[in-house]
Design a protein around this ligand. Structure first.
Ligand code: FMN
Length: 180
């Protein structure tokens, strides 16, 4: 009997049931050309030493630059930065035109108005299927008050407090009454 074919679409849909924040991960190319892409594969790994991870598709044009770079910066987006997310998810010769940014460690671009930034030494990479896992050693980080841009089931979203956590009569209130 032949194996049933793996349904990649259903797999992606199932993965999409895990909501995430959205980051733009940046690095500086050898010719001083900034690179960056939208990524939601970011995650915490270790507190001591401080390590984070993210995954880059092996077909991404920016892969050689990230692989060979010394540093990358992880910019966590605010809910006001949907346009930035779209811009950095679209292949383009210069994704940084019209974007306010400054050079961080190793020249990796830090985007203005980020909710948090992790500046990382490009420590280790692991090949895993069709992606490369990057482990970043966090050398500096910042954050501000604000609300994150979320990605949920293929759509952008915003975070609202769970009604049970902040309203004494939460049982009497329907969730939709709070978000609309
Ligand atoms: C919400 C969202 C999350 C994404 N997450 C990732 C990711 O974690 N890794 C990845 O390789 N591509 C991810 N992408 C796709 C890249 O942003 C896109 O392929 C981009 O064009 C790659 O940059 P490049 O063309 O400059 O290499 C994501 C796209 C979106 C919209």
């Amino acid at each position: 009997m032949t194996e049933p074919e793996f349904d990649t679409r259903a797999f992606r849909n199932a993965l999409g049931r895990f909501p995430t924040g959205i980051t733009v991960i940046t690095t500086m190319g050898p010719d001083n050309k900034p690179e960056g892409l939208t990524a939601n594969s970011f995650g915490a790994v270790s507190l001591d030493p401080p390590l984070v991870q993210w995954c880059l598709g092996k077909k991404a044009p920016s892969l050689p630059i990230f692989r060979d770079g010394g540093y990358f910066a992880i910019n966590i987006l605010k809910d006001t930065q949907r346009d930035i997310s779209n811009k950095f998810a679209t292949p383009a010769e210069d994704k940084f035109s019209g974007v306010d940014w400054r050079r961080g460690l190793g020249g990796a671009p830090i985007l203005a108005n980020s909710l948090a930034v992790f500046e990382c030494r490009n420590e280790t990479q692991y090949e895993a299927g069709d992606h490369l896992i990057f482990i970043g050693a966090v050398e500096d980080h910042t954050h501000v008050d604000g609300t994150p841009l979320l990605y949920n089931a293929g759509n952008y979203g915003v975070a609202v407090p769970h009604p049970d956590d902040y309203h004494p009569n939460a049982d009497a209130i329907r969730f939709n009454d709070l978000v609309l």
